[in-house]
Design a protein around this ligand. Structure first.
Ligand code: IMP
Length: 174
């Protein structure tokens, strides 16, 4: 897959505009209460850092690392916790920030993990992209940026074999 062969699905402007809208919704919902934002590495790194810049409540950032994808385009169907060390989240407003919900296995794993380990005040799941059509679990994100068809997308944090995370837009190959 080459960058020059990609079609733009969401331009930098579209992404930034939608992220600002999501942040406005969150600012209203949390109403100044403290939030612990958990960025799921590596894919959500661009989204999370842009999103939190628009959030106006007291906020801490945490980073966890999971892996679910096998090689290339195919999901392995299994979620592995590579590094999930977190502080005490009891009583906190937790906002999990993901790049994309595909099968939903990662989102389910994380929500189950939170419920098993902590009594949070709120746990919300936010994903930039939502591939609803590929869902294999019941889970739905509380916030999502865009719904997309069943296509493999890259850029703005999303990778193909580790590459293309640095693109400012989200693209796909036809
Ligand atoms: P899920 O567990 O199947 O919902 O997949 C979630 C993870 O798979 C995401 O955090 C991504 O890392 C990866 N993923 C799913 N679809 C895509 C895609 O279209 N492009 C790049 N990575 C993807």
């Amino acid at each position: 897959m080459k960058t020059e062969d990609l079609k733009v699905l969401f331009s930098e402007d579209q992404l930034q505009k939608r992220i600002k809208e999501l942040a406005d919704e969150m600012n209203s919902f949390y109403n100044g209460e403290e939030v612990i934002a958990i960025c799921v590495l590596k894919g959500a790194v661009m989204f999370a850092t842009d999103l939190v810049k628009h959030l106006n409540m007291p906020l801490k950032m945490e980073f966890i690392r999971l892996s679910s994808y096998g090689t290339g385009f195919n999901t392995s169907g299994k979620v592995n916790a590579v590094d999930i060390s977190l502080p005490d989240l009891n009583g906190k407003n937790v906002l999990i920030i993901e790049d994309i919900v595909d099968t939903g296995l990662t989102a389910k794993f994380l929500m189950d993990f939170m419920h098993t380990n902590f009594h949070t005040k709120t746990t919300k799941f936010c994903s930039l992209l939502d591939k609803k059509i590929s869902r294999r679990t019941e889970i739905e994100p509380d916030y999502f940026g865009f719904e997309i068809d069943d296509k493999f997308v890259v850029g703005y944090g999303l990778d193909y074999e580790g590459y293309m995370r640095n693109l400012r837009f989200i693209g796909y190959k036809e």
